[in-house]
Design a protein around this ligand. Structure first.
Ligand code: SAH
Length: 248
């Protein structure tokens, strides 16, 4: 069967994998993706094709070649495969580098739980009203594009989720993003740092735009920002944060 399924395994361990995705992994003969994900999922039946996160287009073309040879291939991303992940790379390769032998490969993308969902659920409903997701990585787009989006999103009063917020090679981008937001939004706007959600080293910090310290954040973190009506609410001994569903 010439099949290529693009799947996402959620933000952490097996309890985040949807039943549909679990079944697709069982049916696949070949798993393609970032090595550590494959180690987590593969059984001895599977042929694994680990590769680095930076060679996405090559990995996509290689996966299509495998499927064209008659293998059942699952291309694996973390979280949801359509959110800053492999589904777009596969569509891009089909669009720009299509090869005749790929024509009869059955191609399907399947949803997974994304980091923003897992992180938002931990603290209540910070994305409870209109929101947008922005990757702060300027590896694939110039910082001017990101800065413009941040400003316009703040002016449009979207709640926001920042992926790829900060790494050792990109140490300043989150600080700059927060400065841009401070110029547009009240200091008490809720900000949440949620790191490694669902994993043993998970931590979550609820703070405000005025007080958020970008140096606490690394690449395992997703950053959530409430809209102008975002609020904290106390229940029992816990605090939650939400963006109300109306502007009334
Ligand atoms: N496709 C993935 C996103 C890949 S981009 C998804 O849908 O979630 C990688 C970024 O996702 C990381 O830099 C981080 O911002 C976020 N991320 C992934 N797993 C996470 C987790 N368990 N906790 C918090 N953020 C996570």
């Amino acid at each position: 069967m010439k099949r290529l399924d693009v799947i996402g395994v959620g933000p952490a361990g097996p309890e985040w994998v949807t039943p549909e995705t679990r079944e697709l992994i069982e049916q696949a003969t070949d798993l393609v993706g970032y090595g550590p994900y494959l180690d987590r999922l593969a059984s001895e039946r599977h042929q694994c094709h680990p590769s680095d996160n930076r060679v996405e287009l090559e990995r996509a073309a290689g996966a299509l070649d495998l499927a064209a040879e008659g293998r059942s291939v699952a291309v694996v991303s973390g979280g949801d495969p359509g959110i800053f992940a492999m589904a777009a790379a596969l569509c891009e390769v089909l669009d720009h580098q299509a090869r005749p032998e790929w024509a009869d490969v059955e191609f399907e993308v399947h949803p997974g739980v994304s980091a923003l969902q897992a992180a938002a659920a931990r603290v209540g409903a910070p994305l409870g009203h209109d929101f947008c997701a922005i990757s702060l990585s300027d590896n694939l787009k110039p910082w001017s594009v990101i800065a413009n989006r941040l400003q316009l999103a703040a002016r449009a009063d979207f709640a926001m989720a920042f992926y790829n917020p900060r790494s050792s090679s990109r140490p300043w981008q989150l600080g700059e993003a927060l400065s841009l937001l401070r110029a547009e939004q009240p200091g008490e706007t809720p900000v949440v740092f949620a790191a490694a959600v669902g994993r043993p080293d998970e931590w979550v910090r609820m703070t405000t735009l005025a007080e958020a310290d970008p140096t606490e954040v690394d690449m395992r973190t997703v950053v959530l920002v409430g809209n102008s009506r975002g609020r904290y609410v106390r229940h029992g001994d816990r605090w939650f944060v939400y963006s109300p569903r109306d502007y009334v």
